[in-house]
Design a protein around this ligand. Structure first.
Ligand SMILES: C[S@@+](CC[C@H](N)C(=O)[O-])C[C@H]1O[C@@H](n2cnc3c(N)ncnc32)[C@H](O)[C@@H]1O
Length: 236
């Protein structure tokens, strides 16, 4: 979470302009907008999975992508902001992970995943400007390889002072994990492993201790029944 004010969503003409302005102008003490650390829910939900290929949607400055790479995942990290990706790429080089992350600048509202991945993850893919999140996440589910996982972490409640406040006044409330699951419209070959609202303590921008709520959904795509005799590409 950032300790700095965000640009006015109403003054941005398109999502790329809004997020570029955000990443260029509102850095914290670490020189970044976000903490640079992996999101707690991502670390918890991925810890037990066997590293393989991962796709991260809306990676920002790469806190999660770099953590995944450090754990042995081969990561494709996508975001609309070239400035945010440059921060992640520089950190990847600094920490010797450059060959484990591909940074892709793209608008997820139209971008198509080039292949399937054992893990597709998105953390806090929220935006106060145009973002067809349900469409993006449905497309993301199609990019999960059999035996792989889709992890969606979002805000379960609007963080205080967030730019989402502006959006929420006019838009729908933040979806619960079960509502995200329903919107994905997954087939019977999917197993729900986590669907939970999880509270976590945080230090807010004014230094106060607050409680944030994460909406966490982890689903696994089963192997097709007819392929059960084939050697699995990814361990069960
Ligand atoms: C709230 S930030 C979360 C960043 C990161 N996942 C994290 O947890 O720190 C949302 C991210 O989604 C990205 N984003 C928003 N709309 C997008 C779009 N249409 N295409 C690609 N990325 C987008 C933004 O640039 C931003 O980095």
């Amino acid at each position: 979470m950032s300790a700095h004010p965000v640009p006015d969503p109403a003054s941005a003409s398109d999502p790329e302009e809004f997020w570029e302005t955000r990443y260029r102008s509102t850095r914290g003490e670490n020189g970044q907008v976000w903490s640079g650390r992996v999101n707690e829910a991502v670390a918890r939900e991925v810890a037990e999975l066997t590293p393989a290929t991962a796709l991260e949607l809306g990676c920002g400055e790469g806190g999660d992508a770099l953590w995944l790479a450090s754990r042995g995942w081969r990561v494709t990290a996508v975001d609309i902001s070239a400035t945010a990706l440059a921060v992640g790429a520089a950190e990847a080089t600094r920490s010797g992970l450059a060959d484990r992350v591909d940074w892709v600048q793209a608008d997820l509202s139209t971008w198509q995943p080039p292949s399937q991945f054992e893990l597709v993850t998105s953390a806090f893919l929220h935006s106060p400007v145009e973002l067809p999140r349900e469409v993006v996440l449905r497309r993301a589910s199609a990019a999960v390889a059999p035996g792989g996982h889709l992890l969606v972490v979002g805000h379960g409640a609007t963080p205080p002072g967030s730019a989402l406040d502006h959006h929420q006044h006019d838009g729908p409330p933040l979806p619960t994990p079960d509502e995200v699951l329903a919107s994905l419209d997954l087939g019977e070959d999917w197993i729900t492993e986590t669907s939970a609202l999880v509270q976590r303590p945080a230090i807010w921008r004014d230094g106060s201790e607050i409680t944030l709520v994460d909406a966490v959904l982890r689903v696994r795509r089963a192997y097709p029944t007819q392929d059960e005799s084939d050697p699995p590409r990814y361990p069960r």
